[in-house]
Design a protein around this ligand. Structure first.
Ligand code: ADP
Ligand code: MG
Length: 140
């Protein structure tokens, strides 16, 4: 399988509870390598643009408010099949449905405050990485 890169976000519910290190350990244990990382606070415009694909969904307004409620850690993860591997380590969107050992099963507070974001396909991964990082910032 090809080496891929994907975008991960450690969400405000997790930074608030000081879980950054425990979450990064899950990625590393799965063979994903952190090749870029930055802690920042999203503006409302950033969050609305990043989640633009969901703008018609009933949860959009609350999701944007949640994502700007505290710091996030944005990261590029690299590895074989990194996009799917990251989704597997994250677990299902709703923590009630997430498999044992996944980040969302262990750490998520709710379907909204679910601790992590991960790109869902090669095209979204490329676009989401570009949203936060220049090529120079990514060192494999
Ligand atoms: P995922 O993050 O697993 O790819 P989606 O792309 O469907 O999930 O949704 C983006 C984010 O929106 C979710 O991670 C979660 O924070 C929030 N979300 C999704 N569905 C709901 C919902 N039914 N109610 C509240 N928030 C939701
Ligand atoms: Mg998604």
């Amino acid at each position: 399988m090809a080496v891929e890169r994907t975008l991960s976000i450690i969400k405000p519910d997790a930074t608030r509870r000081n879980l950054t290190g425990k979450i990064i350990a899950k990625f590393e244990e799965a063979g994903l390598k952190v090749v870029a990382s930055r802690r920042l606070k999203l503006s409302q415009a950033d969050a609305e643009a990043f989640y633009g694909v969901h703008k018609e969904r009933p949860f959009f307004k609350d999701l944007v408010s949640f994502m700007i409620s505290g710091p996030v850690v944005v990261q590029v993860l690299e590895g074989e099949g990194a996009i799917q591997k990251n989704r597997d380590v994250m677990g299902a969107t709703n923590p009630a449905n997430a498999a044992p050992g996944t980040i969302r099963k262990e750490f998520a507070e709710s379907i909204e405050a679910n601790s992590v974001h991960g790109s869902d396909a090669p095209e979204t991964a490329a676009n989401e990485i570009k949203f936060f990082f220049r090529d120079l910032d990514i060192v494999g």
